[in-house]
Design a binder for this molecule. Structure first.
Ligand code: GCW
Length: 647
């Protein structure tokens, strides 16, 4: 049986075949046989047949940056290093597939973020935690898989400027604990080499309890001399075999994972110990701040999960060693469709920071529902933390502009799997593409990115491009409207996290409550409540602590309000809940109808795949609408002013 080959996403080079095959390649100041340069040339030949290419060394161009310029003689890419060459070639290809002729190509850029990383939550049995696009293409039956698909993956990542990939789940269990042993070094070194050829450093997630689990010791106390000695030997062994390894990502003391708290040590004790051990090899330790009490009592109104990251990590600002980076989720809870920005971002002023976002649509529709997430990432990046008189946005902080540090950037939980189209929903690839582009250049707009992705993936006529672009740009708000209202989050089915269950998390241990009763809803996070508001700098603390100045889309995140509370729109809170849910469902149907209108211009297979997803999305939107509206009607006893059907 013939198996269909996977799609080429935004590198599908539809027109390339029609062009004549030979052209000159000139390389000056680089070794044309060096893997990165050779891969750049191969990519160019594949995408732009018949066009000449010159690759020139130019010291004046910043690291990883490039200047790509077209002329009658073809394309010239100048850079000071090999990654710059690779990115410059991809930039030229992008411009040509976005409508420029070769002579018109002109772009000069260098990355705004030093680290631009993908985090895979892939398990070694092939499953993917929160994966909605099939199984892992890195792991199968506890073995590492390397093939054509791995190379295509690396090409896609290089084309959007990704320079680091963590291949395994942050929940490191079973076989994954053995990734730092002889059992896997051979394959890992092959993978690392393949990645290096595309400017990507290999990283792995690490089990903090490795000394116990694979070392046979009875402790993993980070201050124990025997434990430190064990790590020294282990890391030496790892770097003997994987000299290019970037370092490790660690989830400690979180959701049942082991960590320094067991031994009465701090997060800094844990991170610094590993960082010191890995330092001689140039490695880094990326330490996650997703640490909170996941065995909370729902009766307890004082403990607030939103506070946890700041409470655990802020006090140690300045104590983390210089090859430690703290990785901070964009919001204080967990990747909801709307959350305020984590107060740790910029709250820390002496510590390297990476912003973590989730491309995998765990709470945003499982790559069934359309949800273009770039506007959400933009909001986070543009947020003024007030940590500095000038350079105070999250983009400033994580890029290193605020502190003048060189370790920081952006990481994303990726949405890929071994589905033929990589991302389950073909349109979810826009988030994958968009994250990389945005991490490289945080000034790009959500619309520019959407248009690039559409042009490269589908190459549509203007009118149809506009339709698809508008669909993407509307989708996040539509999803927000038919799911949980005004920043409250969490009304999802527990465990799976798809579909509504208004009280699904209300009486659970996870610290995720909406506190609705017959009079009102919301969590009081002001001084009178949990005090979370005060984790922000004064300007923001003040803004959030008053429902009148708090951005309305977040008002229930910060305040418990009566259903009769009047919003700026002149609507009561309850009426807003009804209206937004009716509108959201209707607008979801609008998205599906727009997709139908593209039938003639989208390749048949992709069209059908996405159409199936829209059918499911409409069921989902309807379910959300009716469950949420009915729930609040029954709680409040207040009827919909417009008399629509509520059950
Ligand atoms: O959102 C939660 C997920 C877990 C995940 C965890 C984390 C990898 O539900 O599946 O575990 O976050 O970020 O560590």
């Amino acid at each position: 049986m013939e198996t269909q080959k996977w799609t080429q996403l935004w590198l599908n080079y539809k027109d390339a075949e029609t062009k004549p095959g030979t052209a000159d390649i000139v390389v000056e100041g680089f070794d044309e046989n060096a893997p990165v340069v050779a891969n750049a040339i191969a990519e160019f030949k594949r995408a732009a047949r018949g066009i000449s290419l010159s690759l020139l060394h130019k010291d004046t161009i910043p690291g990883e940056g490039y200047r790509a310029l077209g002329s009658e003689d073809g394309i010239t890419v100048e850079a000071s290093d090999e990654r710059g060459i690779l990115y410059g070639v991809f930039a030229a290809i992008r411009q040509m597939y976005c409508g420029k002729r070769a002579v018109e190509v002109a772009e000069e850029a260098s990355p705004k973020n030093p680290l631009r990383m993908m985090n895979h939550w892939d398990n070694m049995d092939g499953s993917i935690e929160r994966g909605y696009s099939g199984e892992s293409f890195f792991f199968e039956n506890e073995e590492i898989v390397i093939g054509d698909r791995t190379r295509d993956y690396a090409r896609f990542m290089a084309s959007i400027g990704i320079n680091g990939v963590v291949i395994n789940n942050v929940n490191v269990k079973g076989a994954a604990s053995y990734l730092i042993t002889d059992r896997y070094f051979g394959r890992l070194s092959e993978l690392s080499e393949l990645f290096e050829g595309y400017g990507i450093k290999l990283y792995m997630s690490l089990n903090f309890a490795s000394p116990i689990e694979i070392g046979g010791m009875d402790t993993c106390d980070p201050l124990d001399q025997k434990v430190i000695a064990w790590w020294e030997d282990k890391i030496k062994e790892v770097y003997d075999r994987l000299p290019n390894l970037g370092g490790f990502l660690v989830k400690a003391d979180s959701e049942g994972r082991p960590g320094p708290f067991t031994y009465g040590r701090t997060q800094a004790d844990g991170a610094n110990m590993l960082a010191d051990v890995i330092k001689p090899y140039g490695g880094i330790i990326i330490w996650r701040c997703f640490v909170y009490n996941c065995t909370q009592d729902w009766r307890d109104y004082k403990t607030d999960r939103a506070r946890a990251g700041y409470d655990y990590f802020k006090g140690l600002d300045g104590a983390y060693h210089d090859n430690v980076i703290l990785q901070i989720k964009n919001g204080p809870m967990d990747f909801q469709i709307r959350e305020p920005v984590s107060p740790l971002l910029g709250g820390l002023t002496k510590t390297n920071q990476i912003l973590e976002v989730q491309i995998a649509q765990e709470y945003t529709g499982h790559q069934i529902d359309l949800c273009y997430l770039i506007p959400l990432y933009k909001e986070v990046l543009d947020f003024h933390t007030h940590c500095d008189p000038e350079k105070d946005t999250v983009a400033d902080v994580v890029s290193g502009r605020t502190m003048g540090n060189t370790l920081g950037g952006m990481a994303a939980v990726i949405n890929t799997g071994n589905d033929l189209n990589w991302t389950g929903n073909d349109l979810a690839a826009a988030n994958l593409y968009g994250f990389g582009r945005l991490a490289f250049d945080t000034d790009l707009s959500a619309e520019e990115i959407a248009r690039e992705w559409i042009a490269m993936t589908f190459g549509l006529p203007k009118k149809e491009e506009d339709i698809l672009c508008s669909m993407l740009l509307r989708s996040r708000e539509v999803y927000e409207k038919y799911t949980s209202p005004l920043g409250i989050g969490w009304m999802v089915n527990p465990m799976g996290h798809y579909g509504p269950s208004v009280d699904g998390y209300e009486y659970s241990r996870w610290g995720t409550y909406h506190r609705a009763d017959h009079l009102g809803i919301g969590v009081d996070r002001t001084e009178k409540g949990t005090g979370y508001c005060n984790q922000y700098y004064e300007e923001n603390a003040k803004m959030y602590s008053d429902p009148k100045t708090c951005p309305e889309e977040l008002v229930l995140f910060f305040h418990h309000l009566p259903y009769t509370y009047m919003l700026k729109s002149g609507k009561s809170l309850i009426q807003h809940i009804y209206d937004s849910h009716f509108e959201g469902e209707e607008q979801a149907r609008g998205l599906a109808a727009d997709w139908d209108s593209l039938k003639d211009v989208i390749p048949e297979a992709a069209f059908g795949r996405v159409k199936e997803r829209f059918d499911l999305q409409l069921d989902n939107a309807r379910e959300w609408r009716d469950q949420v509206n009915s729930y609040f009607f029954r709680k409040s006893g207040i009827a919909d002013e417009k008399g629509r059907t509520i059950y």
